[in-house]
Design a protein around this ligand. Structure first.
Ligand SMILES: Cc1cc2nc3c(=O)[nH]c(=O)nc-3n(C[C@H](O)[C@H](O)[C@H](O)COP(=O)(O)OP(=O)(O)OC[C@H]3O[C@@H](n4cnc5c(N)ncnc54)[C@H](O)[C@@H]3O)c2cc1C
Length: 379
């Protein structure tokens, strides 16, 4: 059996990004994906254009819509519109297109892809990882990247990721026309969903619709009820949506994302934003950073995987720590949050800057603290 450099479990956005960067540096890498082809995934597809920084090829060919305005509402009224300015607009993509585009880039760079490979066992024997599929196929590698999404059992097995995993309840669907959703405008509705929000993101000729709840979400989502109230305002009937519910693992505290020869990326690493469910940017960021650390590690820098955990903490986790605090306060008192947060003169611009990747929650929190300390109302 050939000893691979790296085996990647999961061919979603995070796994494909890791694979591309490793294969691009001539590492012998293989993605193991349990599905046959890229399935329709639960996702709004909203993504900061800042992700372009992590790729040498253009992502624009797979972008369906470039968002220039974000509209917020409370029970379909009290609307606030924020214009997205600056160099980092917000893109809407179809996830199935993004994932297969990234996979193609990885394969063209020399990565192997094994489909219908449902990983059921991962074991380490004298520094060699053995990864086994349900059908008995087995591969061996020097390192393993866990990229199998929100339901991944492996972080617990290897004592990685947050001690307590936290999940958002979500619904995601698509409508095959544009309705009355304004061109280049993403809509966020806060009043109709307890402890969360509903959204409508435009694609070329379709719309991605979604619902997410972030606190106390043990009961099932009242999807029908929310769609009945939300969709007519956009010119749609609830019966037009084809979609499904899913549990999304979200950020829940700083944690160790690597062991010796093993790393977590994307949703398996619990990186998704606990306030706005932004998971694509950290999925791509973690794929890029994981590959960078693995390249040094494979070249003999034996402690280099720890750099991955440190970098993700600095570049993402510190902002998510504030995102979690904001989420807990906002979704507990959403009406007050909407009035004082979203309706504040500069707030829509700040939220838009978070979505476009220009500012982090940490930047915003520091501005607010400074304003409170110096009573300067200009932030
Ligand atoms: C309803 C909803 C809406 C969202 N909207 C947005 C949004 O608008 N913007 C945004 O930035 N993020 C959004 N997200 C989050 C975003 O979709 C995720 O963070 C992102 O998909 C994470 O990518 P991933 O590659 O880590 O995981 P996934 O995309 O889940 O990929 C995991 C892959 O692993 C494979 N796999 C699983 N188990 C095994 C196994 N045992 N063996 C082999 N392969 C396996 C799966 O088949 C899959 O291909 C949303 C999420 C949900 C649920």
């Amino acid at each position: 059996m050939t000893l691979l450099d790296v085996v990647i479990i999961g061919g979603g956005a995070s796994g494909a990004t890791t694979a591309f960067h490793l294969a691009n540096k001539n590492k012998n890498v293989c993605i193991l994906e349990k599905n046959y082809s890229s399935p329709l995934r639960s996702c709004g597809g909203g993504m900061s254009a800042a992700v372009q920084n992590w790729f040498p090829f253009k992502l624009m060919p797979i972008v369906d819509e470039v968002i220039t305005n974000v509209e917020f509402s409370w029970c379909n009224t009290d609307k606030v519109i924020a214009e997205l300015s600056g160099s980092s607009p917000f893109w809407i993509v179809k996830r199935e297109k993004l994932d297969s585009f990234l996979l193609d880039q990885a394969i063209n760079s020399g990565c192997k892809l094994l489909t219908t490979f449902n990983v059921v066992n991962i074991q380490k024997h004298s520094n060699i990882w053995q990864v086994t599929a349900l059908d008995g196929r087995q591969l061996e590698s020097k390192a393993v990247v866990i990229a199998d999404g929100s339901q991944s059992p492996w972080p617990k097995t290897f004592n990685l990721g947050p001690k307590k995993q936290k999940f958002a309840s979500t619904f995601s669907g698509r409508i095959k026309r544009k309705g009355s959703l304004k061109n280049k405008t993403a809509r966020f509705e806060f009043g109709l969903v307890s402890n969360g929000f509903a959204w409508a993101f435009p694609l070329k000729n379709e719309v991605n619709i979604g619902i997410g709840t972030f606190l106390d979400n043990k009961n099932s989502l009242p999807v029908e009820e929310i769609l009945q109230s939300f969709l007519p305002d956009l010119g749609f009937e609830p019966s037009e949506v084809i979609g499904k519910e899913a549990m999304l693992r979200v950020w829940n505290g700083h944690s160790n994302l690597n062991g010796d020869g093993i790393l977590l990326v994307g949703d398996a690493a619990s990186l998704c934003d606990p306030f706005l469910a932004e998971g694509l940017r950290p999925a791509l960021m973690s794929g890029f950073e994981a590959a960078k650390s693995l390249i040094y590690w494979l070249d003999g820098n034996v402690n280099y995987l720890d750099e991955y955990t440190k970098t993700m903490r600095n570049n993402w986790g510190n902002s998510m720590a504030w995102g979690k605090r904001i989420s807990q306060v906002f979704y507990r008192f959403p009406k007050v949050g909407y009035q004082l947060g979203v309706k504040r003169r500069t707030a829509p611009k700040r939220i838009a800057q978070i979505l476009s990747g220009e500012m982090s929650y940490e930047d915003i929190a520091k501005r607010v603290i400074k304003r409170l300390l110096f009573q300067n109302s200009s932030s």
